[in-house]
Write a protein that binds this ligand. Structure first.
Ligand code: ATP
Length: 316
């Protein structure tokens, strides 16, 4: 449906985006994940037609941005990183204003405004001035404004930056719900938890390039398929370790202090085997932690760096 082919963009001597290609299918929830400065916003700006690529092409249903910019812009809704609302207007007036910018009027505008207020959960506050809204309510209205023309594809550029965890969860649920209703979503974030929660397919960007692309499970397993299981125990671990080391399905068996650490492709089976062996030796685990392969470990494996560069981050 949306095809991004070999996009490149330079700002002076800085190459912000280099040879980026990916495809988003109808109904997808597609993640664009990468650290700050990876080139996500520049890519989004080219897809939405705000800036032109130096090289490459964007098309929807086979029609290109160069030849059919209006066709593409009507089918794309953008939720920008920054809040683009008029504080001195209420929610309804903001939506009406942006609707007229898209050339919508009359009954269609009325219907679209009503739908947007419902999606944003702001029907009861629609007459309150936006400057008196909480940060979370403003974010929700910001999303609604991006959908006033009922686009096929909704592109969201880090819509949860700087908001409290409760509002963040509300936004993530709203996005998931919109996708369930059939809207194609492109969601950019540097929070891997958000992309893991929302998206079935994704591209990971770093230094302007796509370094991994495909189904969530495939990308997640780029770092390997081994889950790490840590079992804290009270008791003598040595005989347990020697017995488990005979089991070829366990890739690593070691003791660190009072914890047994295992690596396996099948975490559930590894835990049950270890519990059985422990019980034969008269000990029981007091705490079990399983860490499955995730996007963070995939990014670390591909770049040797942490996705978040040590920044803040509130998990959803
Ligand atoms: N208008 C511009 N002029 C010069 N450099 C720019 C411009 N826009 C972006 N850049 C640079 O291009 C690179 C990619 O920036 P971009 O904003 O696309 O990254 P991002 O992944 O969206 O990061 P963030 O999450 O911080 O927005 C960065 O090094 C940035 O400084």
């Amino acid at each position: 449906m949306l095809e991004v082919s070999h996009l490149s963009k330079r700002f002076g001597s800085k190459t912000a985006v280099k040879n980026v290609s990916f495809q988003v299918n109808q109904g997808d929830s597609f993640g664009l994940l990468g650290p700050n400065g990876a080139g996500k916003s520049t890519t989004i700006s080219m897809i939405t037609g705000l800036i032109s690529p130096d090289e490459g092409e964007i098309s929807i249903h086979g029609k290109t941005m160069r030849q059919h910019p209006k066709y593409l812009k009507q089918r794309i809704g953008l939720v920008p990183q920054t809040i683009a609302l008029y504080g001195m207007l209420n929610a309804r007036e903001n939506l009406e204003f942006w609707g007229t910018v898209y050339g919508i009027s009359g009954a269609k505008l009325k219907d679209n405004v009503a739908w947007c207020l419902k999606v944003a959960g702001l029907e009861e506050n629609s007459k309150q001035l936006v400057k008196n809204y909480s940060g979370g309510m403003q974010r929700r209205l910001n999303i609604a404004v991006g959908m006033i023309h009922r686009p096929e594809i909704l592109i969201m550029d880090e819509p949860t930056v700087g908001i409290d965890p409760q509002s963040r969860n509300h936004i993530l649920e709203t996005v998931k719900d919109l996708n369930r209703q059939g809207i194609t979503v492109i969601y950019t974030s540097h929070y891997m938890e958000e992309v893991q929660f929302l998206c079935e397919r994704l591209a990971i960007m770093d230094h302007g390039q796509v370094i991994a692309y495909g189904d969530l499970d495939d990308v997640r397993q780029l770092a390997g398929t081994l889950a790490t299981i840590t079992m804290e125990v009270h008791g003598e671990l040595k005989p347990v370790i020697s017995e488990l080391q005979q089991d070829l399905t366990l890739k690593q068996v070691q003791g660190t202090g009072n914890a047994l650490v295992l690596q396996s492709t099948n975490a559930a089976s590894a835990v049950s085997k270890a519990v059985m062996v422990m019980s034969r030796h008269g000990i029981q685990p007091v705490k079990i932690a399983v860490e499955e392969p995730n996007l963070e470990s995939a990014f670390l494996h591909l770049t040797g760096r942490q996705l978040r560069d040590g920044q803040d981050g509130v998990s959803p």
